[in-house]
Design a protein around this ligand. Structure first.
Ligand code: ADP
Ligand code: MG
Length: 473
C-alpha cells in the first residue's frame, strides 16, 4: 500500500495536474497547519513572513510528509535553504506525526497576495515579468566607445569588459566605486548597452538605489510585493547605481539583500556602484556590506592630467568643434575636480564660440570660464613657477628677471612665462612685470613659442611636463 501511495506522489510531483491529485489533508492537519503558518509571523518576524512565508499553502499530507506549495521555484529554493528546517520543527513540535516537509511549486498559490487587477497577468506566467517600468532608460551616449580609459579608471574598465565578454559570470557582484562625476554611471550604461547588443534575449535591469527603494515602497503600499520580487528576480543582469542611497533605509536594505542573494544563487550578474568602498559604507547593514565585497571591488581614482586631456580630445571630436590643443591643455590643467565639470567647461566655451561667432582661444576661454577658474585656481604663484623652472634648468632665480638673452637662459624663461599663463589667472601684463618688467607682447610671444616647441621638440615637451607636474602635484 505504501508503495502505491509513494508512486502516485512521485508521479504528481512537479506535474501540472498536481491539483487533481487526491491526497487531501484531513481537517485536523489543516487546522494544525493553519496554526503553524500563523505562528511563523512571530517565529520569523513580520518582514520575512510577508516576503516569503505568507504564500505557503498546504497541499497534501502523506506518510508524515507535509507538502506545502509556493508560487515560484525561486521561492521554493529560498525557503528550502533558509527557513524549511525551522518550519519543520515547528510542525513536529505540534504533532509527532509530521516527519518531513516538502515544498513544491504550484503557480496558482500566488493568488492570495496579488491585487485583483493584476490577476489576469498570471495567465501567461511563463513569460518574464515586464520590467520596462522598473528599469531606468539608458543614455545612448554612454557607451564603451565614448569611455576614455586611463590609469585612474583602468581597473574598473577592465572589470566591466570582463563582465560583458565573459561567457560565465566572472565575479559577483562587480562593485565599482569612486567620487562623484568620475564615470561610474557611464561604465554601467556601457555594460548594459553592450550586453543588450550581444545578447538581446537577456533582461538587463539598470536603476538607481533610490528608484529601487521607490519601487519597493510602492509595491508594499499597493500590496504587490510578489510582483516586485518576481520582477527583480527574473532579470539576467541587475545594476544598481549609487547604492549608498539606501544607507539607513533598513527595510529596503533587507529587500535588496534578498534580491541580491536570490540572483547570486541563480548565477545572475549583479553590478553595483557606490561613492565608497563596501567597508566604508555607513548606515548599511554589516551582512550586506560583506556581501557587496564578495566579488570584485574596483575603484575609480581621481583623474590625472593625461586622462582629462584624453577625455577632452575625445569630446572635441564628438562635438566636431574647433578647439585648439592649447585650450584643451589649459582646461585639463585647470578643471581637476571631476569629469562632469570638465565636460561642462568644454561645452560652455564651444557654445559661447558658437553663439558669438568667434573662435575659441585661450583668452576667450579664460574669459568665459572666469567664475569656474577662480574656484579651481590652485593658487600657484609666478614665484613658484620661476623657482621650479630655474631649479629644473639649473639656473638662478635672478635669471628669470634678468635681461640676458642667451638661449640657455632665455628659453627657460619663456617656459616659465608659458607656465605662468597656463597655471595662474594672471594677465599678460602682470606676468610681464614679474619677469623683470617685460612687455605683454613679449609674454605673448613666449607663450606661442613654447606652444610651438611643445609640438616640435620632445625635449621641451618633456621639460614642461616635468615642471608642470612638480607644480600641480
Ligand atoms: P558618476 O556616475 O561617477 O558620478 P558619470 O558616469 O555620470 O559619473 O560621469 C560624469 C560625466 O563624465 C558623464 O557625462 C560621463 O560621460 C563623463 N565621463 C566619465 N568618465 C568618462 C570617461 N572615462 N570617458 C569619457 N567620459 C567620461
Ligand atoms: Mg552616477
Amino acid at each position: 500500500m505504501s508503495d502505491a501511495a509513494g508512486k502516485s506522489v512521485a508521479l504528481i510531483r512537479g506535474n501540472a495536474e498536481y491539483q487533481e491529485a487526491s491526497l487531501e489533508p484531513s481537517a485536523e492537519i489543516l487546522a494544525l497547519w493553519k496554526k503553524v503558518h500563523n505562528d511563523m509571523r512571530g517565529e520569523f518576524g513580520e518582514a520575512i513572513f510577508r516576503s516569503w512565508l505568507k504564500p505557503l499553502t498546504l497541499q497534501a499530507f502523506y506518510h508524515g510528509t507535509m507538502e506545502v506549495s509556493v508560487p515560484t521555484r525561486f521561492m521554493r529554493d529560498w525557503i528550502q535553504n533558509h527557513y524549511a528546517e525551522r518550519i519543520l520543527s515547528m510542525c513536529s513540535d505540534t504533532s509527532e506525526d509530521i516527519k518531513r516537509l516538502q515544498i513544491v511549486v504550484v503557480q496558482n498559490a500566488i493568488i492570495d497576495d496579488m491585487p485583483s487587477n493584476e490577476a489576469p497577468k498570471k495567465a501567461n506566467e511563463n513569460k518574464k515579468p515586464d520590467i520596462s517600468e522598473v528599469s531606468s532608460p539608458l543614455d545612448e551616449r554612454l557607451t564603451f566607445d565614448t569611455f576614455v580609459v586611463g590609469k585612474p579608471n583602468a581597473l574598473a574598465h577592465a572589470a566591466a569588459r570582463r563582465v560583458v565578454e565573459s561567457s560565465v559570470v566572472p565575479f559577483n557582484p562587480l562593485f565599482v566605486y569612486g567620487g562623484v562625476g568620475l564615470g561610474k554611471t557611464h561604465l554601467m550604461h556601457a555594460i548594459a548597452h553592450m550586453i543588450k547588443e550581444q545578447s538581446p534575449e537577456k533582461t538587463v535591469m539598470y536603476l538607481s538605489a533610490e528608484k529601487f527603494m521607490y519601487q519597493f515602497v510602492k509595491a508594499i503600499r499597493s500590496d504587490s510585493t510578489m510582483t516586485f520580487k518576481e520582477q527583480f528576480r527574473s532579470v539576467d543582469v541587475l545594476m544598481i547605481d549609487d547604492i549608498q542611497f539606501i544607507a539607513g533605509k533598513e527595510s529596503t536594505q533587507e529587500e535588496f539583500f534578498h534580491t541580491f542573494n536570490a540572483l547570486v544563487d541563480q548565477n545572475k550578474q549583479i553590478i553595483i556602484s557606490a561613492d565608497k568602498a563596501p567597508g566604508d559604507l555607513t548606515g548599511i547593514d554589516e551582512r550586506l556590506r560583506s556581501r557587496l565585497a564578495w566579488g570584485l571591488v574596483a575603484d575609480i581614482h581621481p583623474t590625472t592630467y593625461e586622462l582629462r586631456l584624453g577625455i577632452l580630445q575625445s569630446k572635441r571630436a564628438q562635438l566636431q568643434a574647433d578647439v585648439p590643443d592649447s585650450v584643451l591643455e589649459f582646461l585639463a590643467l585647470k578643471v581637476t575636480s571631476n569629469i562632469r565639470e570638465l565636460e561642462g567647461a568644454l561645452n560652455r566655451i564651444v557654445a559661447h564660440a558658437d553663439v558669438s561667432k568667434v573662435e575659441v582661444t585661450l583668452e576667450s576661454t579664460q574669459e568665459v570660464l572666469q567664475d569656474l577658474l577662480r574656484a579651481h585656481d590652485r593658487r600657484i604663484t609666478i614665484d613658484e613657477i620661476q623657482r621650479k623652472v630655474a631649479e629644473h634648468y639649473n639656473l638662478k632665480m635672478a635669471d628669470m628677471h634678468s635681461a640676458r638673452r642667451a638661449r640657455n637662459v632665455a628659453r627657460p624663461r619663456q617656459v616659465a612665462m608659458y607656465l605662468a599663463k597656463m597655471l595662474t589667472s594672471r594677465s599678460l601684463p602682470e606676468i610681464g612685470r614679474k619677469f623683470g618688467g617685460r612687455d605683454h607682447t613679449t609674454v605673448m610671444h613666449a607663450v606661442r613659442k613654447v606652444e610651438e616647441l611643445i609640438e616640435a621638440d620632445s625635449q621641451i615637451a618633456q621639460d614642461v611636463d616635468v615642471v608642470r607636474r612638480a607644480l600641480t602635484g
